[in-house]
Design a protein around this ligand. Sequence first.
Ligand code: SF4
Ligand code: SF4
Ligand code: SF4
Length: 202
Amino acid sequence: MKLSSIIAGLSAAVVAFQGVAYAARGQASLLRPPGAQSEQDFLSRCIKCGKCIEACPYLALSPARDDAGFAVGTPVIDARAQACRLCEDFPCVSACPTGALRDISARSEVRMGVAVIDEDVCIAFQGMRCEVCYRTCPLIDQAIHIDYRLREGDAIHSVFAPVIDEDACVGCGLCVERCVVDDPVVAIRIAPAAERAEQASG
Ligand code: SF4
Ligand code: SF4
Ligand code: SF4
């Protein structure tokens, strides 16, 4: 075996090991592009080449900053700044040379995370009509619907409450980008897939 092959193999092993160690430390709750599998799998394959970032026509991807530890330089999405548009041909996935992003042929297969509404902050739960997140969702009436009901203890006024379907929401973040409330916090956020996996494992 050539020395260059051995070095390449060792480098890949070190990257994979560091990725596993990073994921195992539970520091991963970054919003990843479509096609990322588990955080451990993603970190073991991503070589931080930036090809997915370059391929995104909406500039939704950027390299993780210095405070991301080992994950610095890996592609992340700041949904409030610029959400994923769920391109039909997924150029980010096609551009990935290592398979860190893979196995996506339809929007419904994306599993970036799940939207979570803060009912104390969302104005719809306070009795105002908004529906911005609902109208902006590319999976309207699948990932999100409006629950029309009378306000508790009020026979006249209605609540038009947005409700997320956790099985259908893909975590694109468009609802977060467009939410009209950001004080004291944005009324809707994405719980990234890694965060949900961490919670599920206890
Ligand atoms: S699906 Fe499109 S918008 Fe979303 S990250 Fe990939 S290239 Fe960017
Ligand atoms: S993240 Fe928001 S916009 Fe995207 S699918 Fe889920 S509810 Fe719809
Ligand atoms: S856009 Fe924001 S404030 Fe409006 S209904 Fe959706 S979560 Fe609530």
